[in-house]
Design a protein around this ligand. Structure first.
Ligand code: DX5
Ligand code: ZN
Length: 216
């Protein structure tokens, strides 16, 4: 069964308590929290302050996806805000290995996100040091985009790399996950499904989460 990580980017920001309660009472495993700086991606979302509020609203894993430049400047702030997983983009990190060590030294799980154009092979020399790969299946910046079909082959390649090395790195797929494509994404080797619009814009988010969770 995949882990389900609804993206709060698609939640109702005028009533976050209600959406947090819904997730807490659902089969959702993680809160996926998308941080955007308007530089690495062409959109601005929220920062550590809101992560801190989410932390207090749930006991589930807070999975923080940083779509920001110079993430090393904010690692400690996100630790203090209560992040469990902290994911940085390979494309934003000149000293990725150092950034990963920093995240782990603060006691968080470390993730690396890769954009659609970044080959899986770019992970070869960092994969053994991390807990999570966040593979973008859309160009980061916005919820509600369509899944890029080529990602399926990338998932298979990454699954093979992780298994060949005997690692337990989780493969998380982020962007355009729907009830229609989730099965093939899991079949390709994904462990974690991020879902924003599919969950929050559905008539019954709790049921949608359960349907995603039941996929095998
Ligand atoms: C995109 C974010 C995603 C996004 C997913 O930049 O990283 O987490 O919110 O939203 P959906 O599932 O609607 O594509
Ligand atoms: Zn994300």
């Amino acid at each position: 069964m995949p882990l389900i990580a609804p993206s709060l980017l698609s939640a109702n920001f005028l009533n976050l308590q209600q959406d947090c309660d819904m997730l807490n009472n659902s089969e959702a495993d993680w809160f996926h929290l998308d941080v955007m700086d308007g530089r690495f991606v062409p959109n601005i979302s929220f920062g550590p302050m809101l992560v801190d509020f989410f932390r207090k609203a749930t006991t589930k894993v807070c999975d923080v996806h940083l779509m920001i430049e110079e993430p090393e400047k904010y690692t400690e702030a996100f630790k203090n805000a209560g992040a469990d997983n902290l994911t940085v983009h390979i494309e934003a990190c000149t000293h990725l290995h150092r950034n990963i060590q920093q995240i782990k030294s603060l006691g968080m799980k470390a993730g690396v996100a890769i954009n659609p154009h970044t080959p899986v092979n770019a992970l070869q020399d960092i994969i053994a040091d991390i807990d999570l790969v966040c593979m973008m299946s859309v160009n980061p910046g916005f919820g509600g985009q369509s899944f890029i079909a080529h990602t399926l082959q990338k998932i298979k390649n990454l699954r093979q790399m992780v298994d060949e090395k005997g690692l337990s790195v989780k493969i998380e797929i982020d962007g355009g996950v729907t009830l229609d494509n989730a099965k093939s994404i899991v079949a390709a080797g994904a462990d974690v499904l991020v879902a924003g619009n599919t969950v929050f814009k559905s008539g019954n988010p709790t049921q949608t989460i359960a349907a995603l969770k039941a996929i095998q």
